[in-house]
Design a protein around this ligand. Structure first.
Ligand SMILES: CC(C)(COP(=O)(O)OP(=O)(O)OC[C@H]1O[C@@H](n2cnc3c(N)ncnc32)[C@H](O)[C@@H]1OP(=O)(O)O)[C@@H](O)C(=O)NCCC(=O)NCCS
Length: 270
């Protein structure tokens, strides 16, 4: 395998994997990126398809278009590392409810993934379980209205929020919200699945528990939740239906962004 010496040295110095990243069955890798800090000129931009550029055009404001494009580049860059397929050859489709998935890969190459973004922060979560979901939200985005709470929370969850001091209630509501969104994204139904049909307990814990979920997605004991702080001022949650989960958090840097195509071109084979 030939690599330009500067790139090889950079990969070596930064300890970037020359080979695909392998995932154990219970591993979940969560990549986080500040999309506003990613370079606007990188070879990943040429990996995007006409339909991704067309989707970007649907955003009214230029900075939202740019953020969308950087997120797609980030997603392709991350998935290239796991699939061994260069970013511009990755193909996507989505389910009737909008859940994206990779097309045309066999079971060895393919991975499940889920994405989320809030303000300038983006997250990609990669795993082997087909039912994996992530949600991140900026805290200022949350309003804890009584009406909203009754559509999202069960009576027991509303009681858990109401027993908190006023100042912390929005934060507790957001914990329930992110956990539930992560679950409905893992299932692939998104908000078409009523959030108040899922009940969560131990919301203060890093690993809250699902105590009620529709039978077709259960049993509830098979669901794993993990809350995390993706960045100061943000809340996040990961949900997976699996016996166990081992989570690793990784930061996607501007250098990863620049190197993603180069390392893929030279190191991955398909
Ligand atoms: C999926 C959903 C919960 C995302 O909520 P959000 O907090 O606004 O956005 P996030 O940034 O966390 O997630 C967006 C990502 O979720 C993924 N996604 C979209 N629909 C999904 C679904 N049904 N299941 C899993 N993931 C989904 C996509 O990757 C999307 O990224 P993209 O827009 O850049 O392609 C919500 O948009 C949804 O339910 N969409 C489906 C449409 C629907 O059922 N609408 C009913 C409205 S009541």
């Amino acid at each position: 395998m030939w690599l330009p010496s500067t790139v090889a040295a950079e990969l070596h110095n930064r300890n970037l994997p020359l080979n695909r990243i392998r995932l154990q069955d219970d591993s979940i890798h969560v990549w986080l990126a500040h999309t506003d800090r990613l370079p606007s000129e990188s070879r990943l931009a040429s990996a995007l398809t006409a339909s991704e550029y067309a989707r970007a055009e649907n955003f009214r404001f230029p900075h939202d278009r740019t953020r969308f494009l950087r997120r797609r580049e980030f997603l392709r860059g991350v998935l290239a590392r796991y699939t061994g397929v260069v970013p511009d050859r990755l193909r996507f489709d989505c389910s009737e409810y909008g859940r994206p998935f990779l097309l045309g890969l066999d079971a060895v190459e393919s991975v499940s993934f889920s994405t989320s973004h809030s303000d300038g922060l983006a997250a990609v979560c990669v795993g082997r379980s087909p039912l994996v979901g992530i949600d991140i939200e900026k805290e200022v985005d949350t309003v804890c209205l009584a009406d909203e709470a009754s559509m999202v929370l069960t009576p027991a969850e509303i009681a858990a929020v109401e027993q908190q001091a006023d100042a912390v209630r929005p934060g507790v509501f957001l914990r329930f919200w992110t956990c539930k969104e992560a679950i409905v994204k893992a299932i692939g139904r998104g908000l078409s699945l009523p959030l108040d049909e899922i009940e969560i307990v131990d919301i203060e814990s890093d690993c809250p528990r699902v105590c009620r979920i529709a039978e077709e997605y259960g049993p509830s004991s098979q669901w794993r939740l993990r809350r995390f702080t993706p960045a100061p001022g943000y809340a996040g949650a990961i949900a997976v239906k699996a016996e166990s989960m081992e989570i690793e958090f990784r930061t996607w840097s501007p250098e990863d962004h620049v190197l993603a195509c180069v390392s893929s071109d030279n190191c991955y084979s398909h």
